[in-house]
Design a binder for this molecule. Structure first.
Ligand SMILES: [Fe+2]
Length: 364
C-alpha cells in the first residue's frame, strides 16, 4: 500500500472511531509528566475586592442574592467560578441588620472573618459569633445561616471544596429549611448555648469528659478564635519553624488531632521580620489570606506582592517561597489547602530545595 493510501485509511479510521465515541489512546494528551490544572498563581487585591463588595452592598439585596458574594475566579480556568481545581472561594458582605437564610449542602465550607463586628453564623443550631481573624467551619450537610447584628458592614472569606465535590459527582444543595419544623421557616432558632463548641473544645490538650465523642469525620469544634491562634504563634516565635512555611500551626479536630474537615485543612503562619522561606512544591493547592504584614510570594515565574487582606492562590506542584518584606514586623497569613483529601487518596507528593538548590523529597 502506498504512503498516501495508508494516511487515508488512518484518517478514515480516526473518523469512524470518533463517531463511535472512541478515541485513540496514542493520540489523546492526558498523560502529562506533571500536574496540569490550568490554575495560575493569582492575587486579588483587597482594595479592589472591598470597593466592589461595597458597591454590591448598595446594588444587590440579600433577598435576591441569597448570599451576597463575589466569587474569586481563577483567570486560568476559563470563567469557571473556582479558585483552584479543588477549591472555591468567595467574599461575602452583610450590611447591618441583614441575614442570609438557612441552607445546607454536601460541600464542606468555612468562613474566615475579615472586617467588622457583630457577625455570626449559625451552624446546626449553634450560633457562632465572628470577629476579625476568627474561623468558623461548616461541615458537610450542616444547616447554616449568617447575620450581622453590628453597626457596620461585615465581610468574610468563604472557602469550600466545591470543584472537588463536583468532579466526584457528590454535590447536593437543600434550601427547604421550612420543612425542618423550626419556629421560623428561613432562619434557625438558636438551640445551643452561643459558641457552645468553643466552650467545650477550644482549650488545646483537654477534652470535656462528659460529652460523648462524635466519631464524625469533622471537628466538633466549630469556632476557632483569633486570640487563641495568635497567642500560640507568639509562644512559638523563638523556634525555627518549618523551612518552607515559617512558624505555622494547623487548626485541628480536637477528637482526632487531624484536619478539621476531611477535604480541607486550615492553617495560620507567622513569617518573622525579613524572613525568606526555602522553596518547595507539592500536589496540594493552597489559598492564602494575609492577616497582617507586607511581602511577596514567588510562585514559579510570578511574584505575588501582598498586603493586609489580600487573597492569593498557589496552584498544585508550583515552586513557591514566601518573603516578609518588613524589617521590623511579623507577617501573619491564613491558608486553606486540599492536602487532607490528596493525602487520603495517596496522591500527596512534596519536594523542597535546599540552600544549595538541590531538590529533595519531603515526607509529611
Ligand atoms: Fe452555604
Amino acid at each position: 500500500m502506498s504512503d498516501v493510501a495508508v494516511i487515508d485509511r488512518r484518517k478514515a479510521f480516526t473518523e469512524r472511531a470518533q463517531r463511535a465515541n472512541l478515541l485513540e489512546y496514542w493520540a489523546v494528551g492526558y498523560r502529562t509528566s506533571k500536574p496540569e490544572t490550568g490554575v495560575v498563581p493569582y492575587l486579588w487585591r483587597w482594595s479592589d475586592v472591598k470597593s466592589l463588595m461595597e458597591e454590591a452592598g448598595r446594588l444587590v439585596g440579600i433577598d435576591e442574592s441569597e448570599r451576597r458574594g463575589l466569587v474569586l475566579a481563577n483567570p486560568g480556568l476559563g470563567g469557571l467560578p473556582y479558585m483552584t481545581n479543588t477549591l472555591f472561594g468567595d467574599v461575602q458582605l452583610l450590611t447591618p441588620g441583614e441575614a442570609a437564610p438557612a441552607h445546607r449542602h454536601t460541600t464542606s465550607a468555612s468562613r474566615f472573618f475579615m472586617e467588622g463586628t457583630g457577625g455570626y453564623t449559625t451552624v446546626e443550631g449553634e450560633r457562632c459569633t465572628m470577629g476579625p481573624g476568627d474561623l468558623v467551619i461548616n461541615p458537610s450537610w450542616a444547616w447554616h445561616d449568617h447575620g450581622n447584628d453590628g453597626k457596620d458592614e461585615i465581610t468574610y472569606l468563604n472557602i469550600l471544596d466545591v470543584p472537588l465535590a463536583t468532579h466526584l459527582g457528590c454535590v447536593f444543595y437543600d434550601y427547604d429549611y421550612a420543612r425542618e419544623g423550626d419556629s421560623d421557616k428561613h432562619f434557625q432558632s438558636v438551640r445551643k448555648p452561643i459558641n457552645a463548641s468553643h466552650d467545650l473544645y477550644a482549650t488545646g490538650g483537654i477534652m470535656p469528659k462528659f460529652v460523648t465523642r462524635s466519631g464524625k469525620p469533622y471537628s466538633p469544634q466549630l469556632v476557632y478564635r483569633w486570640e487563641s491562634v495568635i497567642t500560640a504563634l507568639d509562644r512559638m516565635k523563638s523556634y525555627r519553624g518549618d523551612p518552607y512555611d515559617g512558624i505555622i500551626v494547623e487548626y485541628v479536630n480536637p477528637e482526632s488531632g487531624g484536619s478539621v474537615m476531611p477535604t480541607m485543612s486550615f492553617n495560620m503562619q507567622l513569617l518573622k521580620a525579613g524572613e525568606r522561606t526555602f522553596t518547595h512544591r507539592h500536589t496540594a493547592s493552597t489559598i492564602y489570606c494575609v492577616v497582617q504584614g507586607r511581602g511577596y510570594t514567588q510562585v514559579e515565574e510570578t511574584r505575588l506582592e501582598w498586603g493586609r487582606n489580600d487573597i492569593f492562590v498557589v496552584p498544585s506542584w508550583s515552586w513557591h517561597e514566601h518573603v516578609n518584606l518588613e524589617r521590623n514586623a511579623e507577617a501573619l497569613i491564613f491558608s486553606v489547602t486540599d492536602m487532607p483529601a490528596v493525602q487520603k487518596l495517596g496522591l500527596y507528593r512534596e519536594e523542597g530545595k535546599t540552600a544549595e538548590g538541590e531538590i529533595v523529597r519531603v515526607e509529611r
